[in-house]
Design a protein around this ligand. Structure first.
Ligand SMILES: [Fe+2]
Length: 264
């Protein structure tokens, strides 16, 4: 059977219904961060569809991108539950997502199994340092588009959300950030316009500026355009009021490094 550019084997209405069922099954306790993850997921799904369109992909590919966005953080809901008992408990939400999908949920989101490989790899690599380990070019495209969408919404969240929402789980409180500084390896990465390796983060401010540095890992020009138009990087910079002069200088240098990448 041949599929035209406008047809799709992906039923997104069914996928969103399944997402509601999944949430209903996992929302027994109202954990902090739960609603935030739902709105993040829906925004990432919409951004994925938008970026696919900008990249000139066809209807079915746009639907696939949106579906991958909808599934990418499905492991987060279990992470929220686990981390309630301790913020520092190690937990890989991408691997957890695969377990959930393989446990019968994937077939409920999409009847066809022909996209399973792309979906599983894009979800698994969404929180890795890079997509270098993906061999298939088409799969890598979807993984890169997902990562762009995820980064845009993480930047938005840190730029726009109220403090009490923004700091749930992901970051220490505002005072702790203001009193912190950027450690050497993290500074080095950002000055060289590279993404920060997660294991290099040591101080509280390291975690925050790592989000700012996600600009260096954007794959599509549309994603870079959105981040620049929304001034996310500047808005993140403006939210921090460093107590130390030396930290203020670090923040100035980081912003300049990002702004010079805008121009490039
Ligand atoms: Fe995400």
């Amino acid at each position: 059977m041949k599929y035209s550019n406008d047809s799709s084997r992906i039923d997104l209405q069914q996928a969103y219904r399944t997402f509601s069922d999944f949430l209903a099954a996992h929302a027994k306790e109202k954990d902090p961060g739960f609603d935030l993850k739902i709105s993040h997921t829906c925004r990432v799904a919409a951004l994925c569809a938008f970026l696919c369109e900008e990249e000139g992909l066809n209807q079915e590919e746009r639907d696939l991108g949106e579906l991958i966005g909808l599934l990418h953080d499905i492991g987060r809901f279990e992470e929220i539950r686990v981390k309630k008992d301790g913020f520092h408990i190690p937990f890989d939400h991408a691997e957890e997502a695969l377990k959930i999908l393989d446990d019968g949920w994937l077939r409920r989101f999409i009847k066809e199994d022909c996209f399973d490989g792309i979906i599983r790899e894009a979800v698994l690599f969404h929180n890795r340092f890079s997509t270098d380990g993906i061999q298939d070019q088409r799969t890598r495209l979807f993984a890169d588009l997902l990562r762009d969408a995820d980064k845009i919404d993480n930047l938005r969240l840190k730029a726009e959300e109220k403090e009490n929402v923004m700091f749930v789980f992901s970051l220490p409180d505002q005072t702790a950030l203001n009193d912190s500084f950027v450690s050497e390896d993290v500074m080095d990465a950002l000055m060289n316009q590279r993404c920060v390796r997660l294991n290099d983060r040591k101080t509280k401010l390291d975690f925050y500026v790592t989000v700012m540095g996600s600009f260096f890992d954007l794959h599509t020009s549309s994603a870079r355009r959105i981040v620049q138009e929304e001034r996310y990087e500047e808005r993140l910079y403006e939210r921090i009021n460093p107590s130390l002069d030396s930290t203020k200088k670090q923040m100035d240098r980081i912003l300049r490094s990002i702004q010079s990448a805008y121009i490039a």
